[in-house]
Design a protein around this ligand. Structure first.
Ligand code: EPU
Length: 444
């Protein structure tokens, strides 16, 4: 286990941001959280050691390490985002307190069924961005022969032997696709997944499993064919850079009228986002394994409409940040969120900072430009937190972001990285003179 206090146990952080400074410089993008989590789960599919590099130091990966540790696995940190995972013997019950904190723990269902023939895990935590059902995961695993009993609080699953099946998703679910892949690689026979999710992190999981000896065809497409193998072996893997982190810094640079180069970040995964930024008047220069985002402050931002979609569409995980950017554009922009029905929790907080936004169902009308002002805000989830930081960087005065631990779930050292490129941002314990807002919101 890590020597430092795990990030998921540090719940009292407040971020203080003094706005009004353009971001300038270079930022090194960390490994992808949403790739690391299923890849760590995949490490449970062999009793040989697995060595991973570029795993981001964020609260969710700390939590996954703790879960694996409590299941009986050994996670050894090698420093600098590298770790080894070895699991000789493995329990099949995910501790309630840990499992329900993180939505991604659901991928342990496929992994544990595959490795141990049984799994018991709490239903992933109360999420506020939408209903986030998992019925497609369950339907797919049942088609593969798993006997899954669902109670109000948890899933209890067992199977003698998983068998390949044809799994057709109604919609391309990211963790659903990952769950079926994890179950299929060691199942008997062939599994076909139709309408599979194609996000870069799903692809990275598949590539890692291939290194372990899995047979997966169609990686990067929406039709995956997996031929089950008898066993998987240890492997070494560099997790892909986090395109969502890169997108967040790109938007922050554009919003503040800055000039930032994002290192270790191939821009291909962000095509849609970069196109939207260019349409809005932001200059993008693509180099090898990096890209530069520039907007001279006197260049006004144009309002550009956007709708989220599954990959390669505009990622829902960058919608909040993009919306914050559009508060600085001259004119009205229309933002639509098609993936999650409740992913506008940043809007009331942005409005408290002066933004003019009206929400109509899944669509938001943003009227810009607005001069934002610093105030106290409460972070409702990871990506909304990033959006509020971007707004705070543009705002006049000081913004205090409470419940900033949400941001730690998905961004490695956000305050440190932003400080290095000129932001005035600090992590502190809650201010003595002001009580933190009392609203508590559970994990994603
Ligand atoms: N859905 C169903 N039934 C299912 C599965 C999904 O109706 O059985 C619906 C969901 O309710 C949602 C849509 O399908 O409306 C898409 O959900 P999906 O299953 O793809 O999302 P997820 O797997 O729960 C992952 C990421 C999210 C990201 C979404 C969409 C991880 C650990 N989480 O969630 O990331 O927003 O895909 O790309 O990979 C984040 O990192 O901040 C985050 C929330």
């Amino acid at each position: 286990m890590p020597a430092r206090k795990p990030l998921h146990r540090q719940r009292d952080t407040v971020l203080y941001v003094e706005g009004g400074r353009a971001l300038n410089g270079r930022v090194c993008i960390s490994g992808a959280k949403n790739a690391s989590l299923p890849i760590m789960a995949a490490a449970l599919l062999t009793d040989e050691p697995v060595r991973l590099h570029n795993v981001p130091e964020v609260a969710d990966t700390d939590l996954m390490r703790e879960i694996i540790h409590q299941l009986g696995g050994r996670v050894r940190s090698l420093g600098g985002g590298s770790l080894t995972i070895t699991t000789h013997r493995l329990a099949s019950q995910v501790p309630d307190e840990l499992g329900k904190r993180m939505r991604a723990s659901i991928v342990l269902l496929g992994a544990l069924l595959s490795r141990t023939g049984a799994a018991r895990l709490p239903k992933p935590g109360g999420d506020e961005i939408g209903a986030r059902r998992v019925e497609q995961h369950i339907r797919g695993l049942r088609a593969m022969g798993a006997d899954i009993h669902e109670t109000k609080a948890d899933f209890v699953a067992k199977c003698r032997h998983l068998k390949g099946a044809r799994v057709v998703f109604d919609l391309p679910t990211v963790t659903g696709t990952e769950n079926i892949i994890l179950a299929a690689v060691l199942a008997e026979g062939r599994t076909e997944i139709f309408n599979a999710a194609r996000e870069p992190h799903v692809q990275d999981l598949a590539r890692f499993l291939v290194k372990m000896g899995a047979q997966i065809h169609g990686i990067g497409t929406d039709e995956l064919v997996i031929e089950g193998v008898e066993r998987l072996h240890g492997a070494e893997h560099h997790v892909i850079p986090d395109y969502l982190e890169a997108g967040t810094y790109a938007i922050a640079a554009a919003a503040t009228g800055g000039d930032v180069t994002l290192e270790c970040s191939p821009p291909e995964d962000l095509r849609q986002v970069l196109l939207k930024l260019e349409e809005a008047g932001v200059q993008i220069e693509v180099g090898e394994g990096e890209f530069r985002v520039r907007r001279p402050r006197r260049t006004p931002l144009r309002p550009v409409d956007m709708g989220t979609w599954v990959h390669p569409g505009f990622p829902t995980d960058l919608q909040a940040q993009y919306l914050a950017l559009m508060t600085q554009a001259r004119g009205e922009s229309v933002i639509s969120e098609y993936l999650f029905e409740n992913r506008y929790q940043h809007v009331p907080e942005l409005m408290r900072m002066g933004a003019r936004i009206s929400v109509h169902g899944r669509t938001c009308f943003v009227h810009g430009p607005t001069e934002l002002h610093g105030t106290d805000v409460v972070v409702p989830d990871i990506r909304s937190g990033a959006a509020l930081v971007i707004a705070a960087l543009c705002a006049k005065g000081v913004t205090e972001l409470h419940h900033a631990w949400h941001v730690d779930r998905g961004y490695q050292d956000l305050a440190g990285k932003l400080s290095e490129i000129g932001a005035h941002i600090e992590r502190r314990k809650p201010h003595q003179r002001k009580a933190a807002p009392t609203t508590d919101r559970s994990y994603e």
